[in-house]
Design a protein around this ligand. Structure first.
Ligand code: BG6
Length: 489
């Protein structure tokens, strides 16, 4: 995609967990691309840190391999890669003891340059690292801290963590990442809604029948056994990514793209979500867990076999959510997400109301309600389904077609990964695409009663065969309301 690259001022970027999985797969490749697109000014430095005793050279070798493995071969420019690797250095530091934090301080020096501390580590280290940064006087007015989800596992633990980090950093220095917000197509949702006059007058309960949000994955547990089995799909996907998508669809028009203007509107949506309590949970939620089946043309194990022991953790969730405000009263938002589903697809479907009266006779065929489908991944694009006359003689026959806008066809070039945008926003100090403390907590406030309802009523997980669209109860959830899931293929 073509865009004008504006260089950012020099900065120091410290990656805690510098040799970990996130750094390898996402952060180093994202930073390399920003180098290749000449977005850095001199002297920008990237410092890796972890407990391991490594030399600068070891870290550079690690980064080179990470980039070779996770950047397309055609995008490797040896000269730019050399310049990038020369920016890298390494300091060993241990957040549990504080060892090495003075070395990090010495490496950073006494500057007022922008300083980003990216915590690509297990969340149980977030508080300790934040505190050690403060104790060793590493936090300057120009410093930022970046934390990944999960921010807590319920409201109480999220508050406790926010308190700890909030004691060390100001809210405008805290960047809570939800990488979905960095996806091009997710940002495009705001462009679609707020840069076009067409949709806004239709964007309400008078014109919209319901909304569907699907984030389906084909992968299974991958190697995140310990984390995932404690979290489950509700905490892993719904509390953050799915609710953020729901907010972008449902929020009022913000007064500007200013971070707080956007986040204020998202917060109002989260606060207007109707609570799902113990009585509602059996009707409005479905939990599933995949059993052995097939994926990508081959047999795959069930969740429990992958895990190696019995577990009640859900790998699939479907929820009928409702927003209690004027705009959305009576418009259900059906959410579903899961692992080992039939295909990898994330999309938002806005289904409009049917026409109030048909002037066509039965021979014309069924008249389908208009749908707007925003495909987030893969095959990013927007489709508007409309009814037309089937061309040719033979009377008036109607047909549904889609007006298609495919990003790949409309825009040449590479679609940057979400992290490229997000790491640069950290440096720029732009928090629009990051979650504010109150948003994270409001999301937990809605999630906690669902989790509690499941636990207290022993709402058992329903098995589904890997490679399908989840348990049949998920189909029943929407069909009870006389609606069907959009065929996401
Ligand atoms: C992460 C979840 O936040 O998002 C993972 O922890 C999930 O379980 C991933 O696989 C999905 O992200 P993407 O960008 O591949 O859709």
């Amino acid at each position: 995609m073509t865009s004008q690259i504006i260089p950012v001022e020099p900065f120091d970027f410290v990656i805690f967990g510098g040799t970990g999985d996130l750094s390898e797969r996402k952060l180093l490749p994202a930073l390399y691309y920003r180098q290749r697109d000449h977005q850095f000014s001199e002297p920008t430095r990237i410092i890796g840190t972890s407990r391991a005793k490594l030399s600068d050279e070891d870290f550079r070798n690690f980064a080179r391999e990470a980039i070779m493995a996770h950047v397309k071969a055609g995008d490797i420019d040896e000269r730019e890669l050399g310049t990038f690797l020369a920016r890298l250095s390494y300091v060993a530091a241990d957040a549990t003891t504080g060892a090495g934090f003075d070395d990090l301080k010495a490496a950073l020096g006494d500057t007022d340059r922008i300083r980003a501390f990216y915590l690509a580590v297990s969340p149980n280290l977030f508080g300790q690292i934040s505190d050690k940064l403060k104790q060793h006087a590493l936090i300057t007015p120009n410093s930022r801290i970046v934390v990944e989800k999960p921010i807590g596992r319920d409201l109480a633990s999220a508050r406790a963590l926010n308190d700890v980090i909030g004691d060390d950093f100001q809210e405008n220095q805290i960047f809570r990442i939800d990488h979905y917000l960095g996806k091009e197509t997710v940002q495009n949702l705001m462009a679609l809604r707020f840069a076009n006059a067409l949709y806004e007058p239709l964007w309400n309960s008078a014109q919209i029948d319901h909304v569907q949000i699907t984030v389906a994955e084909t992968v299974g547990l991958e190697d995140r056994v310990t984390y995932y089995d404690k979290a489950g799909a509700l905490r892993d996907m719904v509390q953050n990514h799915m609710l953020q998508l729901l907010c972008l669809v449902a929020m009022e028009v913000p007064s500007s793209m200013d971070a707080d203007a956007v986040r204020d509107e998202k917060l109002k949506v989260l606060r207007a979500l109707k609570r799902i309590n113990g009585n509602d949970a059996p009707k409005q939620t479905v939990r599933g867990q995949y059993r052995a089946g097939a994926s990508a043309g081959g047999p795959v194990k069930g969740y429990i076999e992958e895990l190696g022991h019995a577990s009640d953790t859900e790998t699939f969730v479907a929820i009928k959510a409702e927003i209690a405000n004027w705009r959305w009263a009576g418009v259900p938002f059906y959410l579903r997400t899961g692992k080992r589903l039939a295909s990898r697809v994330s999309e938002i479907v806005i289904e409009f109301k049917p026409i109030p009266h048909s002037i066509f006779d039965d021979g014309a065929g069924p008249i389908f309600a208009n749908q707007l489908v925003i495909r987030l991944q893969p095959d990013e694009g927007v489709k508007q389904y409309i009814m037309i006359k089937d061309p040719g003689p033979g009377g008036m026959r109607l047909r549904q077609i889609s007006l298609d806008m495919s990003f790949a066809q409309s825009f040449a070039g590479r679609a940057p990964d979400a992290y490229e945008r997000l790491v640069m926003d950290v440096v720029r100090g732009n928090q629009t695409l990051f979650m504010r403390r109150d948003e994270v907590e409001a999301a937990w406030q809605w999630i906690d009663p669902i989790q509690q309802a499941w636990e207290s009523a022993r709402h058992e997980v329903q098995g589904y065969t890997a490679g399908t669209w989840g348990p049949s109860a998920s189909i029943a959830l929407i069909e009870r309301d006389g609606r069907t899931w959009h065929e996401s293929n």
